[in-house]
Design a protein around this ligand. Structure first.
Ligand code: NOJ
Length: 722
C-alpha cells in the first residue's frame, strides 16, 4: 500500500488559492472529473463504493428525497453526514461532497414566493428572510441553494415568474444581491449557518417565446446587457458563489454551450471565479437542442463553454477523461472547472465542517422565524382597490370567509416548497377564527348551494380568497389565459349580487386578468402565495394592524392578448407616451396600456407630493452627483408608508432605451398630517448603458426624471449630463 498523501490543503491558515493548488497537484484526471459531477439523492449505503472512490463532487437533495419538483420527506442531516463520512474518511483525498437543494423562498419556515418578496421592494427584509432560510437549511445538512432566481420577464403566462424578482433590472438586481448576501452571510461560512447561493438562470430564460417554459429565445446582446444581465452582475458583485446556466438558447446557441456569454462575459469581463452549474440535464439536452451529436459531444461543448459542474446528466463523468486524453478538450479547461468547484468548497469551509452538528433535525418554525414570515407576507401584499371598506372595523359583524384556499396550507405556501409543512401554515380560516371567534364567522369553500347562500345572506361582509393554486405556477407550469381559474369569477359575481360588502383577496404566482374583479369588489388585496404565516399576515392587513406593504413588481396586462405591456418596452418610431395612446402601434379593438402599472399599490392613507427640486440641473459626467428632493405629505387619517419611486428616460442615446426605467426608490413612513423630504442621490453613472458595439458609456445630454407613486404617474424634471 502506498503512503498516505500528506493533506497540506487541510491547513485553514493557508490562503484558499494555495490550498486549491496543493490539492489539484495531487489529483488524477479522473479525480478532477469526479469533482465536476453532481448526482441526485446520494445514499451512503447504496452509493458507498462510488463515494469511497471520490466519484461524487456534489449531490442534489439527499437520501430519502425524491428528485425534481416533487414534495418529499425532507433532507436529514444524518443522511448527509453518513455520505460525508464515506467521502472524507474513505476516499483517497477525503474531499467532502457539496450538497445542494432548492431552498427557494424558505426552508422549513416559508416566506412569500420570490415575486411576492419582490413586491416588498425591501432589500433588508429579503436579506433577513434568506438568512433564516440558510440557517434552517444548513441545520439540515444543505450547503448550497439554487437561488435566487433573477430572470427578468414581462410574460405572465410563464409559470416561473413566480420565482422571479420582477421585470425591472434595478429592483431585481438589488433584491438578488440582498438575497445572495442573506444566504451567504457576511462570512460565507457553513460554520455560521450560511450556505452558498446561486444566481440563476443565466441568461434570457424569462424571454421564452410565448411564455412556454424551456422555449427558444431570440434576443440580441444589447438587450441582454442593458436589461437581462444586470441582476446577474449585481449578484456576482455581491459575492454570489455560483451561477446556473439556463435551459434556453440565445439566438440559436443553447446557454449550456454559450462560450461567449459564460466564458467571455461572466468569467472574463466580470471576473466571476465561482462555479457555473448546469441546470438539470442541461448538458445532455444539447443533443435534443440539436447542437450536439451525442453525450460525448455535449460534454465537450459544455466544458468549452464554461459549464463547470454537470447536474445529473453524467456527460462529464462518462466522457471528459477521454476527451482530455484525446486532446479534444483542453486539460486547462478541466483544471479550471475543478479549481472552481474546490474554491466554493474551501470558501464555504466545507473541509473544516463537512458534518452537520445537529445530526437530525425536525424543527418546526420558531416564533422569531414566524414573526419574520408574517412581516414579509404583509409587506408583499398589494392593495389594488379600496372603496373605504378596509381596514375592517375591529368588530366587523358576522364575516363570511370563502374560497378554495381558506383551509389549504399547501396552496398558501406557493411553488418550490420542499421542506415547509402544510400543517404548519396559519390558514385564513384559522387566523380569522383566532381573531373573531367561531361564532362571528361563516366559512365556506366557495361553492354555493341554496342553503349556503341563505347562510351567507345573514352575514355582514364577505372576504373571498380566490386565485391560483401554486400547481399553476413554477417550473413547466405555464398557462395560456390569465383569467381566474374556472368558476371563480362566477362565484364573485354571485357574491357581489348579494349587495354585501365584498373584499377579494387574490392568491397568485403571476399577474392575472383582474379587470372585472376590480369592478365588482369593494376592496382587492393581492396576496401572492404568502407562505407559513399567510393567514396571520392577511388578517393583520385586512384589520389594519399592518400595512399592505407591496407594490407591483410586474406590470399587469389587461389580458393575454395585450402582452407585452411592461416597462421593458422601448420606443418605436411612432411612440406611445406614458399619458396617452398614440394613434399608431395600438390595437384597433382595445387599449394597449396595462391594467395595472409597474410599481402600483395603494395605502390605507393618502399622500401628496410637493414640487420636486433638483440641487442642480446639470450633472457632471465624471463622478457627478445631484440630489433630487420631493416633499411627501400624509394627507389621510392613518399612519402609513409611501414607496416613492424615481424613474427616468434617456431621450437621445446610441440605442433605443426604455420608455420608463426604474432608477431608485425610498419608503417613507408618516403619521397623519406629517411631511418628510425624500432625497435621492443621482449619479451620472446610473444612466450608463451599452451601445451597439457593446461598449458601456455615459452620454452627455438630456435625461428626464419622473418621481411619483408608480411607473405611470409622477412629476417630470429634466437634467443635463455635462
Ligand atoms: C431545474 C430548474 O430549472 C432549476 O431552477 C432547479 O434549481 C433545478 N431543476 C434543480 O432542482
Amino acid at each position: 500500500m502506498s503512503d498516505p498523501i500528506p493533506r497540506s490543503w487541510l491547513d485553514p491558515a493557508l490562503p484558499v488559492e494555495q490550498r486549491i493548488a496543493q490539492l489539484l497537484a495531487v489529483m488524477t484526471v479522473q479525480e478532477k472529473v469526479d469533482q465536476l459531477h453532481q448526482t441526485a439523492n446520494l445514499d451512503a449505503d447504496r452509493d458507498r463504493d462510488l463515494i469511497g472512490a471520490g466519484g461524487v463532487g456534489s449531490s442534489l437533495f439527499a437520501s430519502g428525497a425524491t428528485a425534481g419538483n416533487e414534495r418529499d420527506t425532507g433532507v436529514r442531516a444524518a443522511a448527509v453526514n453518513a455520505c460525508q463520512r464515506v467521502a472524507v474518511e474513505q476516499s483517497r483525498l477525503g474531499i467532502p461532497v457539496l450538497f445542494g437543494r432548492d431552498v427557494i423562498h424558505g426552508h422549513r419556515t416559508v416566506f412569500p414566493i420570490p415575486l411576492g418578496l419582490a413586491a416588498g421592494w425591501d432589500e433588508s427584509l429579503a436579506e433577513r428572510c434568506m438568512a433564516v432560510a440558510a440557517r434552517e437549511a444548513a441545520q439540515d445538512g444543505i450547503a448550497w441553494t439554487f437561488a435566487p432566481m433573477m430572470d427578468i420577464s414581462e410574460e405572465p403566462r410563464w409559470g416561473r415568474v413566480a420565482e422571479s424578482l420582477g421585470e425591472q433590472p434595478v429592483l431585481a438586481g438589488r433584491l438578488a444581491a440582498a438575497m445572495s448576501r442573506g444566504f451567504q452571510g457576511p462570512s460565507q461560512g457553513l460554520a455560521n449557518g450560511s450556505i452558498a447561493a446561486c444566481a440563476k438562470h443565466f441568461v434570457g430564460y424569462g424571454l421564452a417565446a410565448g411564455g412556454r417554459d424551456y422555449n427558444t429565445v431570440g434576443v440580441g446582446e444589447n438587450t441582454l446587457r442593458n436589461t437581462h444581465l444586470r441582476p446577474f452582475k449585481e449578484a456576482v458583485d455581491a459575492g454570489c458563489l455560483t451561477v446556473m446556466a439556463a435551459f434556453n438558447d440565445v439566438d440559436g446557441t443553447p446557454m449550456h454551450a454559450h462560450r461567449h456569454l459564460l466564458r467571455d462575459v461572466l468569467k472574463g469581463e466580470w471576473g466571476f471565479d465561482g462555479v457555473v452549474v448546469a441546470d438539470w440535464n442541461g448538458i445532455s439536452q444539447l443533443i435534443e437542442q440539436g447542437v450536439a451529436a451525442d453525450l460525448r459531444d455535449a460534454a465537450r461543448l459544455a466544458l468549452d463553454a464554461g459549464v463547470d459542474l454537470d447536474m445529473v446528466s453524467g456527460a462529464y463523468t462518462a466522457h471528459l477523461a477521454d476527451l482530455v486524453a484525446s486532446d479534444e478538450s483542453d486539460m486547462s479547461l478541466l483544471d479550471d472547472a475543478a479549481r472552481r468547484v474546490l474554491r466554493v468548497k474551501f470558501r464555504l469551509g466545507l473541509f473544516e465542517n463537512p458534518y452537520t452538528a445537529s445530526g437530525t433535525t425536525d424543527t418546526p418554525p420558531g416564533a422569531e422565524n414566524r414573526a419574520l414570515a408574517a412581516e414579509a407576507a404583509a409587506g408583499s401584499m398589494v392593495l389594488l382597490k379600496n372603496d373605504g371598506l378596509l381596514p375592517l372595523a375591529a368588530d366587523p359583524g358576522r364575516v363570511h370567509l370563502t374560497g378554495p384556499f381558506v383551509h389549504d396550507g399547501e396552496a398558501l405556501l406557493g411553488t418550490w416548497v420542499l421542506d415547509g409543512k402544510d400543517e404548519e401554515v396559519v390558514t385564513p380560516a384559522a387566523a380569522f377564527t383566532a381573531r373573531l371567534g367561531a361564532e362571528a364567522l361563516v366559512v365556506t369553500d366557495g361553492r354555493f348551494s341554496d342553503v349556503a347562500i341563505a347562510e351567507v345572506r345573514r352575514t355582514d361582509l364577505t372576504v373571498a380568497v380566490m386565485g391560483e393554486h401554486p400547481c399553476r405556477s413554477g417550473e413547466d407550469r405555464c398557462i395560456s389565459t390569465l383569467e381566474l381559474p374556472a368558476g371563480q369569477l362566477a362565484v364573485l359575481e354571485q357574491l357581489a349580487a348579494l349587495g354585501k360588502p365584498l373584499v377579494v383577496v387574490v392568491m397568485t404566482g403571476r399577474p392575472l386578468e383582474l379587470g372585472r374583479v376590480l369592478e365588482i369588489a369593494d376592496a382587492v388585496v393581492l396576496a401572492w402565495h404568502p407562505g407559513t404565516e399567510a393567514g396571520t399576515a392577511l388578517v393583520d392587513v385586512l384589520f389594519g394592524d399592518r400595512e399592505p406593504g407591496g407594490r407591483l413588481p410586474m406590470t399587469f396586462p389587461r389580458s393575454v392578448g395585450h402582452i407585452p405591456t411592461s416597462t421593458l418596452q422601448r420606443p418605436t418610431g411612432r411612440p406611445i407616451t406614458l399619458e396617452q395612446e398614440s394613434r399608431a402601434g395600438r390595437y384597433l379593438d382595445a387599449p394597449v396600456f396595462s391594467a395595472l402599472p409597474f410599481g402600483f399599490g395603494l395605502t390605507y392613507s393618502a399622500f401628496r407630493y410637493g414640487a420636486a427640486v433638483s440641487s442642480s440641473t446639470v450633472l457632471p459626467r465624471a463622478g457627478g452627483m445631484i440630489e433630487l428632493t420631493v416633499a411627501v405629505t400624509n394627507t389621510g387619517r392613518r399612519a402609513a408608508s409611501e414607496t416613492v419611486q424615481l424613474y427616468f428616460r434617456d431621450p437621445v442615446a446610441a440605442v433605443t432605451r426604455p420608455v420608463v426605467e426604474l432608477l431608485d426608490w425610498q419608503r417613507v413612513s408618516l403619521a397623519p398630517g406629517a411631511s418628510a423630504d425624500v432625497t435621492f442621490s443621482v449619479t451620472a453613472e446610473a444612466f450608463g448603458y451599452f451601445d451597439g458595439g457593446m461598449q458601456r458609456r455615459v452620454d452627455t445630454g438630456l435625461i428626464e426624471l419622473v418621481v411619483g407613486p408608480h411607473s405611470a404617474a409622477g412629476q417630470r424634471l429634466q437634467i443635463t449630463i455635462d
